[in-house]
Design a protein around this ligand. Structure first.
Ligand code: ZN
Length: 225
């Protein structure tokens, strides 16, 4: 069963908050923000997939009569709110998710946003999607979307996934300090991890390109006649 995590990054002093991957229950998330007496000032997506942004599932699941609530509802409700997306996913966010172009901000790699005493840094991590990004908060907590899962990485079998880019992304993330706490986009085997743990057991452990590819992005089995 697929369980997504939605995160709220807030500064304790200014009470300003950004919501990450708002989806499934937009009113519920807004109620939570209100109850915490936070002021929503922006939205971030880790990547464009419907289970993180809303919309309809991709083929072959499009036959299921489900439309997931998400970023579209939020941006319609708050027309001045900006959505921060990786450049490779920005066009999809506009064309598929229907977010108005003027509300989308394409992030740059290592771009920082200051929120009172809180610093958010975008780290571009292409692979699972072209515009996947992680968010490093105060240099110590990494919201990893579908890039790093506990003991693994995001799927690489969708049409616009790129295993070569994902391998490069893993090399980039393994340079982060060991003590960083990792918060993935799905509840696969727990709620959080650390860079140290992932460097020992996960997809950022030291593997050469061939071994990594065989482990995380194996070729599909040949079609049987
Ligand atoms: Zn995804």
């Amino acid at each position: 069963m697929m369980q997504n995590f939605i995160y709220i990054i807030a500064d304790a002093k200014t009470r300003e908050a950004y919501v990450v991957d708002i989806c499934w229950d937009v009113p519920g998330v807004l109620k939570c923000i209100e109850q915490l007496k936070l002021k929503l000032v922006g939205a971030i997506i880790t990547h464009y997939h419907f289970d993180h942004t809303g919309g309809k599932p991709p083929p072959p699941y499009e036959k299921y009569p489900v439309t997931v609530d998400g970023i579209h509802t939020l941006t319609r409700k708050f027309k001045n709110l900006k959505v921060y997306a990786g450049p490779g996913d920005a066009t999809t966010l506009k064309e598929v998710n229907g977010v108005a172009g003027e509300q989308i901000v394409e992030t740059t790699d290592n771009q920082e946003i200051q929120l009172g005493d809180t610093t958010m840094k975008f780290i571009h991590t292409p692979g699972h999607t072209p515009g996947s990004q992680c968010i490093l908060v105060n240099g110590c907590r990494l919201l990893s979307g579908d890039t790093v899962f506990i003991g693994g990485c995001g799927r690489l079998d969708f049409p616009d996934c790129n295993g070569t880019h994902m391998f490069e992304t893993m090399q980039k993330l393994k340079r982060l300090p060991d003590e960083i706490v990792v918060y993935p986009g799905h509840k696969y085997g727990g709620t959080f991890s650390t860079i140290a743990y992932e460097k020992q057991y996960g997809a950022i452990r030291p593997l050469d390109r061939l071994t990594w590819t065989q482990t995380y992005n194996p070729a599909p089995p040949p079609e049987s006649q």
